[in-house]
Design a protein around this ligand. Structure first.
Ligand code: S3P
Length: 168
């Protein structure tokens, strides 16, 4: 089976759903941000602080290319779709499942979260600008879109598994 890429905005639930989906399918899960942190031996926030976004994006592209293209779940960072080479790689390498939530829902979910470097400052404005800029990219490469609003992780996993069975 080709690898499954979970894509979507920050706060969409990619990492949580990815772990549960991997358990359910009994295949390994790789989180691109975690892989980068392991390689760099520092947090994503520190990378953004001491280097810059471009440096992080290059690590992200490299990591995406290195991860298994078969029999794995790959959970991505929300900005992976901003580079065309990443979008092409995901489209070519596997199935992309887009975990959707509205900008308002994302704002609620991330209200208390200060871990995302790109949301520092005016969080509301930053979310709406990035959301607006990225939504078409997620839709462009998605093989399947799942609305995560008001759904438990287990329900989302079930929807993905059903969808994979029908090979949608
Ligand atoms: C980013 C999302 C983050 C992380 C980094 C940049 C983005 O991952 O990769 O802070 O540009 O949307 P999550 O989507 O898991 O929060």
């Amino acid at each position: 089976m080709e690898s499954i890429y979970l894509i979507g905005f920050m706060g969409a639930g990619k990492t949580t759903v990815g772990k549960a989906l991997a358990d359910c399918l009994a295949i390994p899960v790789f989180d691109i941000d975690e892989e980068i942190e392991k390689k760099e031996n520092r947090s994503i926030s520190e990378i953004f602080e001491h280097q810059n976004e471009a440096y992080f994006r290059t690590l992200e592209t490299k990591t995406l290319q290195e991860l298994p293209r078969e029999n794995a779940i790959i959970t991505t960072g929300g900005g992976v779709v901003t580079r065309i080479e990443n979008r092409e790689a995901i489209k070519k390498q596997g199935k992309a499942i887009f975990l959707f939530a509205t900008a308002e829902e994302i704002m609620k979910r991330l209200e208390e979260d200060d871990s995302r470097p790109l949301l520092r400052g005016d969080k509301k404005r930053n979310i709406s600008e990035l959301y607006e800029a990225r939504m078409s990219f997620y839709k462009e490469i998605a093989d399947f879109i799942i609305d995560t609003t008001d759904k438990k992780t287990s329900e989302i996993v079930k929807e993905i598994v059903d969808c994979l069975k029908q090979s949608c």
